[in-house]
Design a binder for this molecule. Structure first.
Ligand code: NAD
Length: 417
């Protein structure tokens, strides 16, 4: 059911960690295989008067620690295997961060840029409406991911609330602040990526003010990661998005990039002189390479040619197991901050949003950021200690903490009935 390259990747990573943790084979499926998969057909009226149907999914990986939690992706690549893999990764990520959640993920196979705003609203609302029997603030809480944003979350919340006859802010996170969202959520993932990068720089002895970075993906995660790195003096040499890549060995003008993206929505047309080959961008020499777009961009084919000192995984699953094997051999040259640690700022602040919504009591930005950085520091230190103590890669150390946490809870709760 979940077959495909992305789920295979989640499975391969899990098997390696299960071997390390010496988990008996008969226990492994209970930990890895998702609890539920819901597939929905979402019909909408197109602007031209025709009807169209889009396929949507929601995978809830496990409910052992609390409700499931995870983003919703609108992209042409979305399929059951991709959504299931992302749900599994969310589980290990939440457990590593100590959050009372299992992992979930959802999505619709659609290019949201090919829809008008009215069509996007209709599709978002219909997707949530189809999922109402399967979600609630105490069973599954959605959030944004690639191709969705605060507006889509507001439509999800409004649709759910209309059916309940009352406003239920806590059904989704990543909402606008004026619709029950929390301050700091929009920036949380990117700022968290930068925070983990600064921790890694301390460990390898790089001064941020003299450092350089290349960022792939300039959406929510990539843009805030780049802005936050630049605030501490890091020179951003290159950026890219689905429309193209830009590179300047002297450093890009971050304020100009910010203005361009605010006005146009993408990097398209930022500059003709600085346009660059997107595949080559990843291979340029830099201190920090931050893949913040999608899965499987660092592979067996390019991992050996990377010329960075730190890989900061803003995206989920950007490094394939084949690349991991190469990076493991290059452990002394390249410091990897694995995705479930590096981009966990998003779900940590989503958790804060859910808590604030449930309590109807909102925190200020200083409180949100202080708690976020404390949580990231805790996870970062745990991963580094475990990697050192057991001679593991950072990825395997992070996954081992996540998997072990879920396993311990399952064992202690027992198997029902
Ligand atoms: P987004 O839709 O805001 O941005 C995605 C970016 O990737 C866009 O700039 C897009 O143009 C770019 N992109 C797409 N295809 C590309 C390609 N071939 N080459 C270069 N760039 C390309 O999405 P996002 O929320 O920033 O998510 C990005 C990644 O981060 C995803 O892997 C997502 O799962 C992960 N993530 C997101 C969050 C969050 O809070 N949004 C949290 C954790 C992890």
């Amino acid at each position: 059911m979940y077959s495909g390259p992305v789920f295979d990747m989640a499975k391969t990573q899990f098997s390696a960690v299960a071997d390390h943790l010496e988990i008996p084979h008969c226990e492994r499926d209970r930990l890895l295989m998702p609890k539920r998969l819901v597939a929905v057909s979402c019909p909408i009226h197109r602007d031209d008067g025709t009807e169209a149907v889009f396929q949507g999914y929601r995978v809830q990986h496990h409910l052992t620690l609390g409700p499931t939690k995870g983003g919703t992706r609108f992209a042409p690549s979305v399929d059951v295997g991709e959504v299931a893999a992302l749900a599994v990764w969310m589980s290990w990520k939440c457990a590593l961060a100590g959050l009372p959640y299992g992992g979930a993920k959802g999505g619709i196979t659609v290019d949201p840029r090919a829809l008008s705003p009215r069509e996007l609203e209709a599709l978002s609302r219909r997707y949530m409406q189809e999922l109402i029997p399967f979600v609630s603030p105490h069973t599954d809480v959605m959030a944004p991911d690639m191709g969705t944003n605060e507006q889509v979350m507001a439509w999800f919340m409004d649709t759910y609330s209309m059916y309940q006859g009352q406003t239920v802010n806590e059904i989704v996170t990543g909402k606008p602040v004026w619709c029950g969202g929390t301050v700091g959520r929009r920036e949380a993932t990117g700022r968290g990526v930068a925070h983990c990068t600064f921790r890694a720089m301390e460990m390898v002895g790089i001064d941020p003010a003299k450092a350089t970075a290349i960022v792939q993906g300039f959406g929510n995660v990539g843009s805030y990661a780049a802005y936050t790195l630049a605030e501490r003096g890091v020179t951003i040499l290159g950026v890219s998005d689905h429309t193209g890549a830009y590179y300047d060995p002297k450093g890009l003008d971050i304020a100009a990039l910010r203005r361009h993206v605010a006005a146009k929505g993408t990097l398209e047309g930022f500059s003709t002189e600085l346009a660059f080959d997107p595949d080559q961008l990843l291979l340029q020499k830099c201190d920090v390479l931050a893949p913040c777009a999608m899965e499987q961009v660092i592979t067996g084919a390019n991992a050996g040619a990377l010329r960075c000192r730190i890989i900061a995984e803003g995206a989920n699953g950007p490094v394939t197991p084949e690349a991991d094997a190469i990076l493991d051999e290059r452990r002394d040259e390249i410091f990897v901050i694995p995705d479930i640690l590096c981009n966990s700022g998003g779900v940590i602040v989503s958790y804060f949003e859910w808590v604030q919504d449930l309590q109807r009591y909102f925190w200020d930005e200083a409180e949100v950021m202080e708690r976020l950085y404390a949580a990231l520091d805790r996870s970062f230190s745990q991963v580094m200690s475990r990697a050192k103590a057991r001679n593991l890669s950072h990825r395997n150390a992070a996954l081992a903490i996540g998997v072990d946490t879920v396993r311990r809870a399952k064992q202690t709760r027992g198997l029902f009935p």
